[in-house]
Design a protein around this ligand. Structure first.
Ligand code: B1M
Length: 210
């Protein structure tokens, strides 16, 4: 019988092959796709998030765990769709106009995916219209922005304003090395997170799923 704790532990170790094998086995054994996702893959990713936040592990370990998670998700996705399991919310994520840094953004995306959210990544150097279009198209709950340059931080206000003017229901969250809570307050963003693991907690509380 498939062991979901072993699945979570294998994800924490970043053992992609084992994660793929155990996910397949769990499906074959008839476990519910929702349980495999929540008690296996997401449970493992939650541990990674907590350890990353506590500085017990660093970016490479998170990336390796996220790769393992992706392997498991590829196997699980068709079963989830068949079972009608929906992601808890949709997040449009991008790095703002003028900014090409994407390592942190990608980490945030991986952690959000690991937290059970659907992430639509619109890439780097994304102007406000691209955020608004994606939020509309995907009927997104959250519009998430990353910026690594002090010179591109003002773009976040442009996006926050554009989202508001567009009249879409999405809430906004910002982050990135130079970004602070007080800047988020100043530009009227709904949320701020200092790191990828915190982004999951903040987004979950923004959608009332904390
Ligand atoms: Co650039 N760069 N860079 N760079 N770069 C910085 C940011 C800089 C601090 C270096 C320095 O001078 N000490 C500096 C910015 C100075 C400033 O504005 N105050 C800088 C500069 C000046 C530049 C250029 C202008 C250099 C030049 O060409 N003269 C240029 C700009 C290009 C552009 O964007 N238009 C440039 C270019 C580049 C590279 C292309 C070479 C490369 C980027 C490669 C890539 O991303 N694919 C690069 C890199 C790698 C860096 C440093 C060294 C590392 C950034 C990084 O990836 N960190 C950086 C110096 C540094 O930070 N030590 C630097 C690791 C990553 C995991 O952390 O992105 O902070 P971070 O993400 C964290 C959190 O911030 C948070 O979670 C992540 C994980 O916990 N987070 C969020 C991020 N987004 C979030 C969103 C959220 C929530 C949390 O909610 C939505």
């Amino acid at each position: 019988m498939a062991d979901l704790q072993l699945l979570a532990d294998s994800l924490i170790k970043g053992d992609r092959n084992k994660v793929v094998e155990l996910t397949k086995q769990a499906i074959e054994d008839g476990l519910s796709p929702k349980d495999i996702l929540e008690s296996g893959l997401i449970a493992g990713m939650n541990v990674i998030g907590k350890r990353f936040k506590a500085n017990e592990i660093y970016v490479p370990e998170v990336l390796i765990a996220a790769r393992a998670m992706k392997g498991g998700m590829e196997v699980l996705q068709p079963a989830l769709a068949k079972a009608g399991v929906k992601p808890i919310a949709t997040v449009v994520l991008g790095t703002v106009k003028g900014d090409l840094h994407d390592i942190g953004k990608n980490l945030v995306g991986m952690m959000l995916t690991g937290g059970g959210l659907r992430v639509v990544d619109i890439g780097t150097d994304a102007p406000a219209e691209k955020f608004v279009d994606a939020v509309r198209r995907e009927n997104a709950d959250i519009c998430a922005m990353s910026a690594l340059l002090t010179t591109t931080m003002p773009q976040m206000k442009t996006v926050v304003d554009a989202i508001r003017t567009a009249g879409v229901r999405a809430k906004t969250i910002i982050g990135g090395a130079p970004v602070t809570q007080s800047f988020a307050d100043e530009i009227g963003a709904d949320g701020y997170a200092s790191d990828a693991a915190s982004a999951v907690d903040v987004v979950r509380s923004m959608i009332g799923a904390a």
